[in-house]
Design a protein around this ligand. Structure first.
Ligand code: ATP
Length: 908
């Protein structure tokens, strides 16, 4: 009984579900029908009673199926308001039922809607009819409205496969069907109880499963089981056949078609939705496209604007770079003209990569920022500026490349000096000589420079014939020693006073003519071997001396012009704090000598930087050797080396400060040591004249001595024997440079003239000066070469000469206000400059001294080439003879004679 009631309940549930489904469809199809989500049967029937909804639904599916629908109140009002008269109900319902039958759909009786107390069976028919309509509608949609025969098959309702909200409201637990098999147990015998139990369990599971998925199982069959009229095997067989039948039914073409229709309907809806989405997307796309096009045009115009701005900036930057380059060139030119010592700085790599570096920043423009790694706050930063800064990764080649133009100018006749300065272990020897035992890739400036000189010599061999000579000396404990000799006992060398014409200042040092890099390498090896080096706490291979490699270059071209220059490559010993280098004994002594000579170098630099009158070159051998480079007219480059370690910060700072000071030193424009063939001719002529003059002097003095008693000259200084020597200059300057030099020497001579000379006689007319040249200039067109020389000789001769007290006497050397000790050598230099008084003779811009007129009077008359005027006796007491060697050049050629400078030497 319980089983049948279950089946009844299940059927009722199914009917309810179908009813809800029908209501849901109606509502979705014809619009709101005024029912609750889960109407009762009565509500459902009442809603349909007037037939209007049904007629509307069938007309919507099959337009015109019910030709006339008697309308009354709206569907929603049907329940609450006055019902239609019964005949009108009937009319609508009847028309609907006729239409339904025409469509071969299951119908119901018109009376089924009339009853007040509805019966389940009649309601089922009504629901079936509506669901058939629904299926027909879906079929029609799937068919695309094409004609055809539709056969309705009542499909089972499986609540779980429907997803409409209404049906989901039904409690799923109620939908489960269970078949209670306990009734069977009494009938089972105990013998086969076990197998039966298993069988029962299987059957129960099966039935449960079938009932869960199969809703419309035959109720009679279930009743039979409940009543025990059917055994379980028979029950199982029937179920299987029932399932198969159901399956066949489901697989029947009609069913397939309806299922397909249902699916396609869903697809159609889906398609519609997707179409809508698609159209939305399309419109969105087109609006986005428009927006994008707008943005693109905006972007394009922005880009154009930006391009214009970038172009302007790039033009400006190119212009700026050009101006910068011009400025740099001009700066370099100014530096060349001023003769500033160029200063490069090289930073050695850190020995311990983990250690902090004192170098904070290296700029391309030659700026260098250092900071104490132990106190890295901002204020501790120090900024320095040099001509160039090479970082720790700079190669030897890079350093040499920047040095090359300077070195090359040696081949053009300029004196060049490159010296490496820095604390011990900072890499000076590495830069100049390369690492000991290093490859040719690491070769230092010395090697690369000589290599380059040979290269140039080779490339110019058609134009010029060069001879390259090499000397290598060291200053060790204030002694100059030849490094290219084996005999060290005899190797203490004397320094001759500086020369600006490329002559050696250490003439006794062995000089080797070298023809190839190999020769140089061999010599340098020998020199490096002979150089004193030893291990200290700061450097394993510390140089204990200053080494000077001097390269003398002589060149002669086909026209007879000659150049003579020299290149000093100096590797200084490193300054060291003896507490750090931990040296004792001989090493300590060496360190003291090194520090002392470097301190002398510092004094010289300081004096030069401040343009002091006195430059203490003679305080050390090192400065004496470097005098021609520091005080002469050489191109000088200092490479300051620093160690980046924190522990060396103090020394680094002092090296950089020193280097900064060196960069302010102005040496004046470099001289070009070039001698033309004309000068050579002049020199020869001067030699002839000297001989003639000596002869003449001898003749003049001899008769006087005979007449001495007759014509005594008590007031005058006793006559002195003079040797007048005029040599052609070895220096020729370019026109531009000479102009400056003229000014320098012009003022130098003027200044020198104004300086009191204690040893000179009061009656001394005056020293040779610029002004004396004035009349010569006027007569220039008529002057014969030799006549000028002679007049010059007389002018020189007319001046008294004296040797000032070397300890006190100082001579103003030009507008630099540089003063030198007036040692014999200095006097030679000074007078060498003094002879430059020839230069301004052709320069009207030079200010004239008030004593010019006196000088004019003294000028001898020039008659002819061989005419020599009598020598006037000087009025000052004559000092012992000394020589004045001139070394400057005339320029601004007006005549052949004055195309080159003359270097005059006067021996008194
Ligand atoms: N730029 C560099 N790259 C690589 N190693 C370097 C560099 N500079 C120096 N060194 C190394 O540092 C050490 C010390 O260098 P170097 O002997 O040249 O110093 P120094 O200044 O000549 O010292 P001293 O004044 O004591 O003779 C050497 O081992 C050298 O190879």
């Amino acid at each position: 009984m319980e089983g049948s009631s279950r089946i009844v309940a299940r059927k009722a549930e199914e009917a309810t579900l179908r009813r809800f489904l029908a209501v849901a469809w109606l509502e979705s199809f014809v619009g709101p029908i005024g029912l609750l989500e889960q109407p009762t049967e009565k509500e459902f029937v009442s809603c349909l009673r007037n037939g209007i909804l049904l007629c509307n639904a069938i007309n919507k599916i099959q337009p015109g199926a019910v030709s006339k629908v008697i309308e009354g109140h709206s569907a929603s009002e049907v329940l609450d308001s006055q019902p239609l008269p019964a005949f009108q109900h009937f009319e609508n319902v009847r028309n609907f039922l006729v239409a339904v039958k025409e469509l071969s759909l299951p119908a119901f009786e018109a009376s089924d809607l009339e009853r007040d107390s509805t019966e389940a069976a009649s309601t089922v028919k009504i629901v079936d009819c509506i669901l058939a309509l629904k299926s027909y509608h879906e079929w029609k949609q799937w068919n695309g409205g094409a004609n055809g025969s539709f056969k309705y098959a009542r499909s089972p309702i499986v609540p779980r496969i429907h997803s409409t909200s209404r049906i989901e409201l039904v409690d799923s637990s109620k939908m489960r069907k269970h078949l209670d098999m306990s009734m069977f147990s009494d009938k089972l015998s105990h013998d086969d109880a076990e197998s039966r139990t298993i069988e029962k369990a299987i059957v129960r599971k099966l039935i449960d499963g079938v009932l869960d998925t199969k809703d419309n199982i035959d109720g009679d069959m279930l009743d039979s089981i409940h009543h025990g009229n059917m055994d379980s095997a028979e029950f199982f067989r029937k179920i299987v056949s029932c399932c198969l039948h159901e399956r066949q039914l489901n697989q029947s073409p009609e069913h397939s078609v309806s299922s397909l229709k249902e699916v396609s309907c869903n697809h159609w809806h889906l398609l519609k939705l997707q179409e809508k989405d698609l159209s939305d997307l399309k419109s969105l796309l087109s609006s986005t496209r428009n927006e994008f096009a707008m943005l693109e045009s905006q972007w394009q115009s922005d880009m154009n604007d930006l391009g214009r701005i970038v172009q302007e900036l790039s033009d400006a930057s190119i212009g700026y770079e050009r101006v910068l380059q011009e400025n740099k060139d001009l700066y370099n030119t100014v530096q060349d003209l001023k003769g500033n010592i160029r200063v490069y700085c090289r930073i050695r790599p850190l020995f311990d990569a983990g250690e902090g570096s004192a170098v904070d920043f290296i700029g391309d423009d030659g700026s260098l920022v250092v900071v104490d790694p132990l106190k890295p706050h901002r204020e501790a930063r120090k900024i320095f500026h040099f001509n160039r800064v090479f970082g720790p990764i700079a190669t030897q080649e890079e350093v040499f490349k920047d040095t090359q133009p300077l070195i090359r100018s040696v081949m053009d006749g300029y004196n060049v000096c490159i010296f490496a300065y820095g604390q011990t272990g900072s890499g000076k020897t590495h830069t100049m000589c390369g690492p000991s035992g290093g490859t040719s890739n690491d070769a230092g400036i010395n090697h690369l420079a000589l290599n380059d000189l040979f290269h140039i010599s080779c490339s110019r061999k058609d134009l010029m014939n060069y001879v390259v000579e090499v000397q290598m000396v060291e200053v060790y404990n204030e002694q100059v020693r030849d490094l290219l000799t084996d005999d060290f006992s005899a190797a203490k060398l004397e320094i001759r006073n500086c020369t600006s014409n490329g002559e050696s200042s250490i003439p006794d040092a062995k000089t080797y003519v070298v023809n190839s890099t190999v020769d140089v390498l061999n010599l340098m090896k020998l020199g490096e071997m002979n150089r004193v080096a030893c291990s200290t706490a700061m450097n394993n291979q510390s140089s204990r001396s200053h080494s000077i490699l001097t390269v003398h270059v002589r060149g002669k071209d086909s026209t007879g012009n000659t150049i003579r220059s020299c290149l000093h490559l100096v590797d200084l010993a490193g300054s060291e704090r003896v507490d750090k280098s931990e040296v004792t004994g001989d090493r300590l002594k060496e360190a003291q000598y090194i520090n002392r000579s470097l301190s002398c170098l510092g004094d010289v630099i300081a004096a030069l930087a401040q343009k002091n009158s006195h430059i203490p070159y003679r305080n050390s051998k090192l400065t004496q050797i470097l005098q021609s480079s520091l005080g002469g007219h050489a191109k000088t480059l200092m490479i300051a080396h620093i160690s980046p370690e924190a522990v060396s910060y103090g020394e680094t700072l002092s090296t950089l400060k020193f280097a900064q000071r060196v960069s302010t030193v102005e040496l004046g424009a470099a001289y070009l040591n070039k001698e033309s063939s004309e000068i050579k001719e002049l020199k020869e002529e001067v030699e002839r004249l000297k001989t003639a003059l000596s002869r003449k002097e001898a003749q003049t003095i001899r008769p006087r001595s005979f007449k001495e008693n007759e014509n005594p000259v008590p007031d005058l200084t006793p006559p002195r024997l003079r040797r007048l020597s005029i040599e052609s200059s070895t220096s020729v300057k370019t026109e531009k440079v000479s102009y400056m030099e003229n000014n320098r020497y012009g003022s130098k001579t003027v200044a020198a003239k104004s300086k009191p000379k204690p040893e000179c006689s009061v009656t001394r007319p005056r020293r040779l000066s610029l002004e004396g040249a004035k009349p010569i200039k006027k007569n220039l067109p008529q002057i014969q070469t030799s006549s000028v020389s002679i007049s010059r000789i007389y002018e020189l001769e007319a001046q008294p000469c004296s040797i000032p007290d070397p300890s006190q006497q100082q001579t103003n050397v030009g507008n630099n206000n540089r003063w030198c000790h007036s040692s014999e050598a200095d006097i030679r230099d000074r007078n060498c400059s003094g002879t430059d008084s020839l230069i301004p003779m052709y320069n009207s811009s030079i200010p004239r001294s008030p004593t010019s007129s006196a000088r004019q009077i003294r000028r001898p008359e020039l008659v002819g080439r061989s005419r020599v005027q009598p020598i006037h006796s000087p009025k000052t007491p004559e000092p012992p003879s000394f020589s004045i060697k001139g070394g400057s050049g005339a320029h601004a050629p007006r005549s052949k004679l004055f195309q080159s400078n003359s270097d005059t030497q006067l021996l008194c």
